[in-house]
Design a protein around this ligand. Structure first.
Ligand code: HEM
Ligand code: HEM
Length: 225
């Protein structure tokens, strides 16, 4: 942490932090249940629906959530990324997801959606098929299952390894602990910047949004029968 740091800024609101750590736990269980197969697939599907609900929530929260969780604060123009890499970027760019980290965050969200999306159409040719598989041709189901089992799985693994590697690089090489802000919410910063809104009303809004997303996923699964 910077010795001159003076300003305590709420960067990650509680909903974003809960989203993150719930996602981490669910992905671990999804990999275990997916690789085990058999009876564990019931749980693979359930955890998958939870991840889908979380991702839908995160998309909405990227539009209406706390200042630093919004997409507008971490979708950067290429010139900003270049300036950041040259070390001449705007200090505000390092408050939330910095221009480099933002790319990996967006990639993870995209490929997680792809993994869940293909999972919904996947079929293991034994007894487990995603709820939407019956609506697609056999050829398409095979293709989507192959993506889910092979490319998607490895792309996600690579992104997660890079993600954790980058966090550890910041921790040990740059002496910057990004993890504590994802746990406690705050960063100590040299420059005063706006804190993310994180009060009872915003947390209740997040809960209502998440309940709506989970309800929509449950309705989709029920509809698909
Ligand atoms: C399955 C494993 C993981 C996945 C899929 C994952 C995914 C993500 C995603 C999607 C974000 C963006 C958060 C948002 O804006 O909503 C993020 C940020 C973050 N994650 Fe993870 N994560 C994983 C594991 C971890 C672990 C093990 C740690 C701690 C060692 C960690 C630490 C962080 C931190 C510190 C940030 C904020 C980075 C920043 O300041 O820009 N993550 N992660
Ligand atoms: C981010 C969420 C998900 C992750 C990380 C994930 C991961 C995995 C993994 C690692 C496997 C094992 C692949 C192998 O055998 O090597 C697997 C298999 C499978 N997953 Fe997922 N999955 C996710 C979501 C889903 C969802 C939402 C569904 C359906 C509702 C689903 C349905 C399936 C099926 C049917 C298989 C078996 C495929 C086969 O053996 O032919 N998955 N998944």
């Amino acid at each position: 942490m910077n010795q001159d740091a003076k300003h305590t800024v709420r960067v990650w609101d509680l909903p974003t932090r809960l989203f993150h750590w719930a996602l981490v736990v669910l992905i671990i269980f999804l990999v275990i249940t997916g690789l085990r197969g058999g009876d564990a697939m019931v749980w693979h599907f359930r955890f998958g629906y939870c991840v889908l609900s979380l991702l839908l929530f995160r998309i909405l929260w990227g539009l209406v959530g706390g200042r630093w969780s919004r997409f507008t604060s971490f979708i950067y123009a290429p010139a900003t990324v270049v300036a950041y890499l040259k070390g001449v970027g705007n200090p505000e760019d390092s408050v939330g997801h910095n221009p480099l980290g933002a790319g990996s965050v967006l990639a993870m969200l995209f490929f997680l959606l792809a993994q869940v999306g293909t999972g919904l159409f996947a079929d293991d040719d034994i007894s487990n098929s995603g709820p939407l598989a019956k609506f697609a041709s056999n050829a398409r189901v095979s293709l989507l299952t192959a993506y889910h089992k092979n490319y998607g799985k490895y792309i996600l693994l690579l992104l997660v390894v890079l993600h954790i590697g980058a966090i550890l690089y910041y921790l040990f090489k740059k002496k910057e602990n990004l993890i504590s802000a994802m746990v406690k919410g705050d960063k100590q910063l040299v420059h005063p910047v706006e804190s993310a809104r994180d009060n009872a009303a915003s947390r209740f809004t997040a809960l209502a949004l998440f309940a709506g997303c989970a309800g929509a996923v449950a309705a989709m699964v029920k509809w698909a029968g």
